[in-house]
Design a protein around this ligand. Structure first.
Ligand code: PEP
Ligand code: MN
Length: 296
């Protein structure tokens, strides 16, 4: 079959669905992938929640967070031991905890039973991180690093692919196809905010593209999660955008939760504390119930 790309562009054509990302494309109206990781399922009635600090700063921090978010009903502990930072200068506070951080995540998992999602930034660390992580997180900055996507896919582990803040849904599904083509279908998408002219506050960096949730669900069978923390960069907006994400049909929510948010080594304006997280879990569950789904 020969396809002519008559309308190349940022939006999705039928031809794209047939020839550019046939594996990511939805095949029929009800076609939706269910991704099962132990007792957690993405793409069904359950809306799994990832919670934890931006960075795995210390053993104490990650253990305390694991215990508290697990108690509140979180399904996964999040946190970067390997962290992409926008600027290369790192004070002691910003230092990545790397292999140590991965050990502490393993300890948190062993003690509490919570599942782990953590970012992989470099191919050489894939084996180490794969031993502990239940989901490999590919960060927004690596979204189009195609050889890296293939290397992660080849592990066969579940993957969460974050959207780059400048990428269209079409670009994003193109990247997803690089993972699916390796035979790894355990793939979850994560919307984490896009660059737009107006973000309403001087401190805002991104805008949560909530519209991409139904837009993605129209064309792909892959589950889609939102990350209101990175998108809003502002604590007070995390709750409304999390509730809105559930209402919009998101298949999971990623949240930054820290014992002392203002003390967070990275991005201290965005994490919520344990108490706020507990309340939010209950509220998200109420919205989910209206839609025949559940968070708790
Ligand atoms: C993160 O989840 O900590 C992170 C770095 O996210 P992003 O890749 O979306 O910036
Ligand atoms: Mn972060």
């Amino acid at each position: 079959m020969i396809f002519e790309n008559k309308f190349p562009g940022k939006d999705i054509s039928n031809e794209d669905l047939l020839s550019k990302f046939p594996l990511a494309a939805k095949k029929s109206v009800g076609h939706k992938s269910k991704i099962t990781i132990g007792d957690v399922e993405f793409g069904g009635e359950m809306i799994p929640i990832f919670a934890g600090p931006n960075m795995v700063e210390s053993r104490e921090l990650i253990l305390e967070t694991a215990r508290n978010v697990k108690k509140a009903g979180a399904h996964f502990l999040r946190g970067g031991a390997f962290k992409p930072l926008t600027f290369p200068y790192r004070s002691a506070k910003y230092n990545e905890t790397r292999e140590k951080g991965i050990e502490w995540l393993a300890e948190a998992k062993k003690e509490t039973g919570i599942k782990i999602i953590t970012e992989v930034m470099e191919e050489k660390y894939i084996p180490l991180i794969s031993e502990v992580a239940d989901i490999l997180q590919i960060g927004s900055r690596n979204m189009q690093n195609y050889p890296f996507l293939s290397a992660c896919a080849k592990t066969g582990k579940p993957i969460m692919l974050k959207r780059h803040y400048g990428a269209s849904l079409r670009d994003w599904l193109g990247a997803a196809e690089y993972i699916l083509i390796e035979g790894n279908s355990n793939l979850i998408l994560c919307e984490r905010g896009v660059s737009v002219p107006h973000t309403h506050r001087a401190t805002s960096r991104y805008m949560l593209d909530l519209q991409v949730v139904p837009a993605a669900q129209e064309v792909t069978h892959l589950p889609i999660v939102t990350d209101p923390s990175h998108a809003t960069f502002w604590r007070a907006w995390v709750e409304p955008m999390s509730l809105a994400s559930v209402a919009a049909g998101a298949d999971g929510i990623m949240l930054e939760v820290h014992p002392n948010p203002s003390e967070s080594a990275v991005d201290p304006l965005q994490p919520i504390d344990f108490q706020e997280f507990g309340h939010l879990m209950k509220k998200m569950n109420e919205i989910a119930k209206c839609l025949g789904r559940r968070v708790l």
